[in-house]
Design a protein around this ligand. Sequence first.
Ligand SMILES: NC(=O)c1ccc[n+]([C@@H]2O[C@H](COP(=O)([O-])OP(=O)(O)OC[C@H]3O[C@@H](n4cnc5c(N)ncnc54)[C@H](OP(=O)(O)O)[C@@H]3O)[C@@H](O)[C@H]2O)c1
Length: 318
Amino acid sequence: MTTRTKNIQTVCVIGGGGFVGHYLCSQLAAAGYRLRVPTRHRERVKQGLLELPAAEVFDCNVMTEAGLAAAVHGCDAVINLVGILHERRRGDFDRVHGEFPGKVVEACRRNGIHRYLHMSALGAAPDAPSRYLRSRAAGEAAARKAAGNEVAMTVFRPSVIFGVGDSFLTLFAGLAALPLVPLAGADVEFQPVWVEDVARAMAASLENAETFGQTYELGGPQVFRLRDLVRKSAQAAGHDPAIVGLPGPVAYLQALVFEHLPGPIMTRDNLASMQVANVARGSWPEVFAPGPQGLDAVLPTMFGNRDPMDRYRRRAAR
Ligand SMILES: NC(=O)c1ccc[n+]([C@@H]2O[C@H](COP(=O)([O-])OP(=O)(O)OC[C@H]3O[C@@H](n4cnc5c(N)ncnc54)[C@H](OP(=O)(O)O)[C@@H]3O)[C@@H](O)[C@H]2O)c1
């Protein structure tokens, strides 16, 4: 482990207990940072971060003012990875993506913290076709407004992120055990980016002043249609289903049904997000060289062992 000699010693990773968070915390810990990881699921998250003695995982509701203040207290930088794909209640996107980032940056200012990394999503725009993407744009704007000249903020907008433990390709690999996959948005383009590359970019930006105030779109080296991603994931998991693209109205009906299932896998708002390609406007940012890993190099390693703890064990080399 490296010993840090720079300005930032302790980093609060809000949402650090999730998929991206585990990889980012591993990389930050390896770089010598101390980590504070507030979560609503301490036991589960602690299990996953066991190999990281530098990470202090604690129960905390960051959605309350007191919880947020306690979470960032004593930190030199804050990273916000909080995000949801589906709303449990109408308005969740606005609360979690739209309003919360501004509150995080205000908490940074109150605690004299001058560095903030913000996870957003590719396609975030005030006029985007889905409430998810519009709420992402609102969150970026709220954080930027709160930051002013006091907090150096960097925004990351990745395309879909893949890696052991992801939900996107893993979901499709699981569905692919069916003989036929009826697929909404089959021809929509995505630019999957490896989770280790996203984590690497975020970790590298933390103390690099060149990245202050910047927004980075992160995509992998190749663009795939959704149907090709599903096929590749299926094949990596040992299946070869027929993939049938659904026409618009049928896709809408499918999403309508799916969003009423417990733990929905697709909603009408997700479908709306797919009206625009999920592809970065430029190439991989030079400041985060070398370029990203391709999907084909990683996929064969993803579905060999379905034990959910395996991802942590692998990284801990246990
Ligand atoms: N994965 C992708 O393909 C992808 C693509 C583009 C952007 N992103 C964005 O990247 C970020 C990380 O994604 P991920 O895949 O790691 O997601 P994840 O595994 O679902 O983790 C999300 C984290 O957000 C926290 N969170 C969600 N709702 C919360 C709430 N109401 N209060 C407090 N914490 C809450 C959770 O904290 P707890 O520990 O308390 O549960 C969890 O650790 C998200 O913002 C996501 O939208 C992801």
